[in-house]
Design a protein around this ligand. Structure first.
Ligand code: ADP
Ligand code: TRP
Length: 333
């Protein structure tokens, strides 16, 4: 077992999708045998968009069920809900004193959200990166398995850790985004516009709970064209995307076969899409079915949440006590 501590979270904002799986959860499952791991549902983070209370609760259960269905073993990892750990908001408050308005305003995710929800540019959105840093630092996390979209947040977490260490003495490791061997992943949406995402672009995102029919329908509708007219021509982005998706779920020979037909201008995108849909269904349907059975067992999910809460608080309270002491907030000993 390695020493480095692994921390990562997924927001409870909707159904998990291929991007969550290949960007984050696939690494979680691999890392659980090699590192001490803390994985959680980031329910506080999802409050920035003011979800309906009943929907939020269901989403928290669902994210937990989907994580387990994808192979996370609650016996091996600490699996918990962010809002169950009061030490996190306390560290968040402390880190906010080390975060500057200017740098928070420059964060790409803040600028995107400020543009997409101009009527709700709340302080939680602005300080999203400090809460995320607190999530990681509360366990002295070092490796953070996330997709490419989170790179900038991790850079900020390193800055906050450095600032704390510089001011108060060495306390926190500098966390880094982690992916086994290769670069961070970004799973594109099926319409060629941006990434797959829980809350936007629903028809261009494949969810882990999609039915076979939905998968076929979405893949059929994915952007394509008449096919190349000259041999070995450059692939348009949206076709690259289809091949990227195929690479995730299909056999190597299948991908090679369609690449070769592309290069020789004999490709039929209809056939390629049917093959992709078939392989995607083989990949998704067992996860979907397993999620349904876990989600029905609320008692089991609550038991897992409670056990995770205890383990996570044990680690979190140690770190927070150390941070408070270093800052000078400790009066009764
Ligand atoms: P979403 O952006 O879909 O709401 P989250 O923000 O909760 O999902 O992200 C949870 C994890 O999934 C993060 O590690 C994030 O980097 C990863 N992730 C989300 N979308 C993608 C994607 N399209 N490609 C790769 N990774 C992704
Ligand atoms: N911000 C992450 C996302 O949108 C979710 C998240 C919250 C997270 N806290 C975290 C990821 C801590 C890794 C570590 O995807």
């Amino acid at each position: 077992m390695n020493q480095e501590i692994v921390v990562s979270g997924i927001r409870s904002t909707g159904n998990l999708h291929l991007g969550n799986y290949f960007g984050a959860m696939k690494n979680y499952v691999k890392m659980q045998d090699e590192y001490p791991c803390y994985f959680f549902v980031a329910d506080y983070h999802s409050l920035t968009t003011h979800p309906e209370p009943a929907a939020l609760k269901q989403n928290v259960y669902k994210v937990l069920a989907e994580n387990i269905a994808c192979g996370l073993d609650p016996e091996k990892v600490t699996l918990y809900v962010q809002s169950d750990i009061p030490e996190i908001p306390e560290l968040y408050l402390i880190l906010n004193m080390l975060a500057y308005k200017g740098e928070l305003e420059k964060t790409a995710s803040f600028k995107d959200k400020a543009r997409s929800q101009p009527d709700n540019v709340n302080a939680g959105l602005l300080t999203y990166p400090t809460l995320m840093s607190a999530d990681i630092m509360i366990h002295k996390g070092q490796y953070v398995p996330v997709g490419k979209d989170q790179e900038q947040h991790l850079e900020m977490a390193r800055n906050f850790a450095q600032r704390f260490n510089h001011r108060y003495g060495e306390t926190f490791p500098e966390p880094e985004a982690f992916n086994f061997g290769t670069q961070l992943v970004k799973i594109p949406s099926l319409d060629g516009n941006g990434k797959m995402s829980k809350s936007e672009n629903e028809n261009a995102t494949i969810y882990l709970c999609d039915t076979d029919e939905q998968i076929i329908k979405k893949i059929k509708k994915a952007k394509s064209d008449q096919g190349p007219l000259t041999e070995f021509s450059e692939m348009p982005d949206y076709i690259v995307n289809l091949f990227d998706l195929m690479q995730l779920v299909s056999a190597k020979e299948t991908v090679e076969h369609f690449k070769s037909t592309f290069n020789h201008c004999t490709i039929r995108y209809g056939d390629m899409k049917m093959q992709l849909a078939e392989d995607m269904i083989k990949f998704i349907s067992p996860i979907r079915e397993k999620t349904i059975s876990i989600k029905e067992d609320t008692a089991l999910i609550q038991k897992i949440m409670k056990a995770g809460k205890e383990k996570a608080r044990e680690s979190a309270s140690k770190t927070l006590a150390e941070a408070r002491k270093k800052i000078g907030i400790h009066f009764y000993c």
